[in-house]
Design a protein around this ligand. Sequence first.
Ligand code: SIN
Length: 488
Amino acid sequence: MHHTPEPLLTANDLRKNAAFVAGEWIAADNGATLAVHNPADDAVVGLVPDLGAAEVTRAIAAANAALPAWRSRPPMERATLLKRWNALILAHKEPLAEILTAEQGKPLAEAGGEIVYGASFVEWFAEEAPRIAGEVIPSPRAGSRIIVQKHAVGVCALIIPWNFPNALFLRKAAAALAAGCTVVIKPSEFTPFSALALAELARLAGIPDGVLNVVTGMPQEIGRTLMESTVVRKLSFTGSTRVGKMLLAQTGDTVKKASLELGGNAPLIVFDDADLNRAVDGCIASKFRNNGQTCVCANRIFVQAGIHNAFVARLKTVVEAMKVGPGNEPSVSNGPLINAAAIAKVERHVTDAVAKGATVVTGGKRLHGLFYQPTILTGATEAMELAHDETFGPVAAIFRFETEKEVVDAANSTPYGLAAYFFTRDADRIFRVADALETGMVGINEGLISNSVAPFGGIKESGLGREGSTHGIEEYLEMKTLTISSSL
Ligand code: SIN
């Protein structure tokens, strides 16, 4: 049923050196370009247009022009196009992974996993589209009834980070398109090629011109143009809390709907009664996924005194078996960090922690370029920078604790509230601690909590709204209340 072009496109075919507006591949009006570098060796992967306000304004106009036809199309038809896109993405898993590894650095196997993870949102939201239903509410007045209809919000600005340039593009875009919205997508300037490849596959899937637009370039002018527009009715942003707060303030003038998935400072707690192997595996999965560059990565690892030494010993064995190198080399488990600022932050956190009394159990050094040794520190304390700010790198900082109360207070003593994890075999403790932790997501005896069916998002300064799951599509819908009177 799904049409897949033969032969499949290669990474070269999919690596577009142009932005995608109104169904056309465009350059910047002034010809300006931006170089994208491979973080493994600093080689130039390619050039993309460095767009300004004029081109972004045209992208917004294209999305607005495409909106009436797209939102009034029967949801089943939108679903059919999304399913075709999903099939094309899965068929191009390998070239998409190649593009992703070249611009982002993660190992090829992990990049392939991200493509499948991203596609799962397209499939999920394709299936949610026909399930957008309203309500009929009994009216307080005789002869009257109230109907609630769900409508697409309108033109959406989607701002995508560099750590999951494929999956987070799809987690947002698939929900928006399924709801009947049209979108202007701004990928990170570090990883635009994954976004452009997905746009090409959307075009091949038959998603109409103007429904999905990708604008490349530096963030400030593009972000400002999107936020100042009265046509753009919704912002969905994943990135740092600092930038999220700035964007949220900018949505105020035009009262846009906003979803924000911002920074975290995830606690991962190992209680004395945990299954040791499960706790170590969960810690590795949470801490070292994407080389420590995820918003839900464990940032503070709290280990109870009775299991502390055994946990550290086992973690050390696993961490020391990791292989650091370019993502396109077989058997590499940890690629480079994304850029110089990222590795400088990791170095700063480790230096600060050691100066304040932490012990380096393994690692602790930059290897070369943007490669950093997978690292374990013990003796971490509240006084250290890494206790307050996510390291976003391969550093497992271990805090020793004695009591449940002490650790829950410490875990919650942060303005962030995205994810938390804990490991225990005590059923009572499972509910007690899960209730007490102030985060949007809690992994219990589990280090991987992200998938298309579970609501993803944070509380406190970690964000607003949820992505994925049956709730994710609501972020792209508005309610319209019809109050209808008739004579009895
Ligand atoms: C993120 O780091 O922002 C998202 C990670 C995920 O989807 O698990």
